[in-house]
Design a protein around this ligand. Structure first.
Ligand code: SAH
Length: 406
């Protein structure tokens, strides 16, 4: 019978009893997907791994702590024989056959009545691959299909579920690899993408051909007029029944004016969804090897916009109070005002020797780190011709990362 191909079927196990015989690593690998499918999972085994014991303790599975008995399969819909004894697996198989319960065998696939495929999911599509009993091949094919769906090389735009509205998508610090799966999916499924200068632009070239791209970097200058124009465009597109992605670098709510867009949509009755992104004040120091906190060194980190110099009438930052903080300072949009900010921190009592790292073009091929101290920062920025975008990290964590430089 092994010559016949398997008949694929998607089992809907919610609320149905599934018996897993065996409590080792094979069982442990199978159980989470069963739980995720809503099955009532019962593990039968004298011993189980600590992970399975934890699931039993949390009430996510039932654990019958003894050897298998054929009546364990009474009332089961599906069984998995995953012990390390082929005799026990054979017993489970036979008991399952008698009760007409489909049964997977970890040790002897040809003897089993069901096979476990390699499974992947993307955007509500489940991919299951049975690779003629070659698990590596199944996994490789599965990976390629899921990757294709994710990247849009295999079209999966599901117009049925698509709703008009705006999704704010945070693209992370620049490297497309550092963007979330949810964010990528939203991009690939959009009708319109409204993109910023700092958004990971490589991803835009992968957009399906029928997606309209509106490049905000090309809108007329003047910050507030530009923002009003963006609000107007996203609302107008959504009201026309289209699915709009507002695509920005980092996270849309961290100096990204994202909430102004939320308010504009709300006012117009347009539904908004938010997909957070890896924000640069944390991610950029991290890729440069600088931790923003470190045990015994910094128990806080403070992220501050430096787009206005200290003392500017519109500045909301109390730089004297900032100088008095003990932890790490992460300055954004601060290249131009860095000399004035360093002066304010020194005035406020920070030491001139305080280490400073300036990380430019974080996660991009041109990434570099310029090391300085509060005392030398202004000169170092000029010497190294530092240009935005850059993240400036002030504090002892910089010394932790670069002990030889200080
Ligand atoms: N919403 C973004 C920040 C926008 S403000 C976020 O969450 O990351 C723009 C500032 O972010 C830049 O001036 C710079 O200070 C910082 N920034 C963003 N991406 C960066 C990168 N790849 N490398 C260095 N700094 C970056």
């Amino acid at each position: 019978m092994a010559d016949f191909p398997p008949y694929p079927s998607g089992l809907r196990l919610a609320g149905r009893r599934v018996v897993v015989v065996g409590g080792g690593h094979v069982a442990q690998r199978r159980v989470p997907a069963l739980i995720a499918a809503g099955a009532i999972v019962e593990v039968v085994s004298p011993q189980v791994t600590p992970a399975l014991e934890g699931l039993a303790g949390a009430g996510e599975i039932a654990w019958t702590r003894r050897p298998f008995e054929p009546t364990d399969l009474d009332g089961a819909w599906y069984a998995i024989a995953a012990t390390d004894s082929s005799q026990v697996n054979q017993d489970v198989s036979e008991a399952a056959e008698e009760r007409r319960v489909f049964c997977v065998r970890s040790d002897d696939a040809p003897a089993a009545t069901a096979w476990t495929p390699a499974v992947g999911r993307h955007a509500g599509v489940t991919v299951a691959v049975l690779g003629n009993r070659d698990p590596r091949r199944s996994a490789a094919v599965r990976d390629e299909i899921v990757e294709g769906l994710r990247e849009g090389t295999i079209a999966s735009r599901h117009h049925r579920d698509r709703v008009a509205g705006v999704t704010l998508v945070g693209g992370g610090p620049g490297d497309p690899e550092l963007m979330s799966v949810a964010g990528r999916r939203a991009l690939m499924e959009a009708d319109v993408v409204v993109a910023d200068r700092l958004a990971p632009r490589e991803l835009l070239s992968e957009l399906p051909a029928d997606v309209e791209l509106i490049d905000v970097a090309k809108l007329p200058r003047g910050r507030s007029a530009q923002q009003e124009e963006i609000n107007r465009v996203i609302v107008e597109q959504a009201l026309a029944g289209r699915s709009v992605v507002r695509f920005k670098g980092g996270d849309n709510f961290v100096f990204g004016r994202g909430y102004e867009e939320v308010l504009a949509c709300r006012e117009a009755g347009v539904p908004v969804t938010v997909v957070p992104g890896l924000t640069s004040p944390v991610a950029v120091p991290a890729v440069a090897g600088i931790p923003v906190t470190h045990r015994g060194v910094a128990h806080e980190f403070t992220v501050i916009s430096g787009h206005l110099p200290p003392g500017h009438p519109e500045s909301l930052t109390n730089w004297a109070a900032v100088a008095g903080l003990a932890g790490t300072l992460v300055l954004m949009m601060a290249v131009e005002n860095a000399p004035a900010i360093a002066a304010a921190l020194l005035d406020g009592g920070r030491l001139a020797e305080t280490p400073v790292a300036v990380v430019c073009d974080g996660t991009m091929p041109t990434q570099r780190t310029v090391l300085a101290t509060l005392g030398t920062l202004a000169d170092r920025l000029a010497e190294e011709s530092v240009r935005p975008p850059a993240i400036i990290v002030v504090g002892e964590v910089v010394r932790v990362a670069h002990p030889d430089a200080y």
